[in-house]
Design a protein around this ligand. Structure first.
Ligand SMILES: Nc1nc2c(ncn2[C@@H]2O[C@H](COP(=O)(O)OP(=O)(O)O)[C@@H](O)[C@H]2O)c(=O)[nH]1
Ligand SMILES: [Mg+2]
Length: 456
């Protein structure tokens, strides 16, 4: 790892394309050396003075031909007062695709290496400028597509999650030290008041962990959006409804039952909530293998959906397939709609069913409203918490930690072996260390940082 931190990396930090200004970033021990090789003071054959946090005008040149490429602004940020913790030099050139590309090639020719995706943030992590969940927050902040998502990411970047995790981590370490101290004197039993104090503290930690883990329902909604699945027997109008809700023809519509064989997913904005709208194969008994596989997928997708829209056709009689669909949706938050409201009904509505027509658009607003309310009600758990977790990785680690604390607690309460308690507390601490990245994360780094874009 150390060897790889030795070279100096360069990348375009602004999006590729034409703009007023493009920013290129150099980071590493030779950042200033490389900058001096390619930059000249205006009208002089000498490099500019590179003073930390002081912007200067300079001329960018090609180190091979010596040609002037552009007039640029140079902003050095010397270690450790930079994003990566290394010497960083930003070069602001005119925002043309060709100019930015020539400047980057000049930096590479002068000794820099092209940065991989996420490498600047990875260096910030490796140099201790950010912990792992703060590094993840950088990506989340950049990619946030809802205001709630942006706000949660900002709090993580600012350190709210790190502090919550660190505090619990310290408590667990203290408690383990207490337990370990008694391990050294196995002839003495744990005094009753010490045991009571440890139990009470573990109980408090467990509650806090569970509360934090429960905020994931809301956080995931903000970061990833909710998955809403259309479920119904063939030909009830699921694909038509998907198109109508999206406002464009995305799914194939046909009067031939069984047209939709696989499921398809499309992002849509339902009010303030980001939604992945999912069309599925119609549920019905069939001998055809491809259709059967499609139906199995539909049921599978519905079983993990954040909300299900059950579609019943009011213009045709209800059948056993409809009952099967209602049963499949029963375990999930769902809304029942009666489709084709522009056609005469052949059965009467039950309470709570919404009348919609993909053809006329009637009832669509009410449907969106109802789904949004269902999703927000589901996600209200932990809605008032100061820190909201948004990533499955953090959620899993918190649940893992809570599980270990729970086992430690039940062991201590049943007068079990203190050695076991100590091991569980250690396991619990390790889970928290995975969140902030202070332990056991080498396998994680690639997965996390390679998803960033280049230059971040
Ligand atoms: N009159 C009317 N026909 C509809 C409506 N929605 C769908 N259909 C028709 O019902 C048939 C099946 O529609 P489709 O969306 O493919 O159903 P799916 O199999 O559930 O996806 C097609 O012929 C559609 O034109 C509607 O709101 N009103
Ligand atoms: Mg369909």
């Amino acid at each position: 790892m150390a060897g790889y931190l030795e070279d100096t990396i360069a990348a375009l930090a602004t999006p590729p394309g034409t703009g007023a200004v493009a920013v290129l970033r150099l980071s590493g021990r030779d950042a200033c050396g490389i900058a001096r090789r390619v930059l000249r003071r205006k009208g002089r054959d000498a490099p500019p003075v590179l003073e930390s946090h002081r912007a200067r005008l300079a001329v960018m040149t090609d180190p091979v031909s010596g040609d002037a490429l552009d007039e640029v602004l140079v902003l050095p940020m010397l270690a450790p007062r930079s994003f990566t913790g290394e010497d960083v030099v930003e070069i602001h050139c005119h925002g043309g695709v060709l100019i930015a590309d020539r400047v980057l090639r000049a930096l590479l020719a002068a000794g820099a290496r092209a940065a991989r995706p996420g490498e600047f943030t990875e260096r910030a992590f490796l140099n201790g400028r950010l912990d792992l969940c703060q590094a993840e927050a950088v990506a989340d902040l950049i990619e946030a597509s809802s205001d709630a998502g942006r706000s949660f990411a900002w709090h993580h970047l600012e350190g709210a999650l790190s502090r919550a995790v660190q505090m619990t981590h310290e408590t667990l370490i203290d408690l383990r030290a207490l337990v370990e101290a008694h391990l050294d004197f196995p002839e003495d039993d744990l005094p009753a008041e010490t045991e009571a104090a440890i139990s009470a503290e573990l109980d408090r930690v467990l509650c806090a962990l569970r509360r934090l883990a429960a905020t994931f329902a809301r956080g995931r909604l903000a970061r990833e959006g909710a998955r809403v699945v259309l479920l119904g027997k063939p030909n009830v109008g699921k694909s038509s409804l998907l198109n109508a809700l999206l406002g464009r023809e995305r799914a194939l519509v046909s009067d031939q039952p069984g047209t939709t064989r696989d499921y398809l997913e499309e992002p849509a904005a339902f009010g303030a909530v980001r939604v992945l709208l999912c069309d599925t194969a119609g549920i019905r008994p069939t001998d055809e293998a491809v259709e059967q596989a499609g139906i199995a997928r539909s049921l599978d997708v519905a079983s993990s959906a954040d909300a299900v829209i059950v579609v019943l056709d009011r213009s045709r009689p209800l059948g056993p397939e409809d009952t099967a669909v209602l049963a499949a949706a029963d375990g999930r938050p769902h809304v029942v709609v009666r489709s084709k409201a522009d056609l005469p009904e052949v059965w009467e509505a039950d309470r709570g069913m919404l009348e919609v027509s993909a053809r006329s658009g009637a009832g669509l607003d009410l449907l969106v409203d109802s789904i949004t309310r269902t999703l927000l009600a589901e996600a209200h758990v932990g809605g008032d918490e100061p820190v909201i977790i948004t990533r499955a990785r953090h959620h899993e680690a918190l649940l893992g930690c809570a599980g270990a604390v729970e086992r430690a607690l039940s062991s201590i309460r049943s007068g079990g072996d203190l050695e076991v308690v100590s091991i569980e507390l250690q396991a619990a601490s390790l889970e928290l260390e995975r969140i902030v990245g202070s332990a056991d994360v080498d396998d994680l780094l690639d997965r996390i940082f390679r998803r960033f874009c280049i230059g971040k």
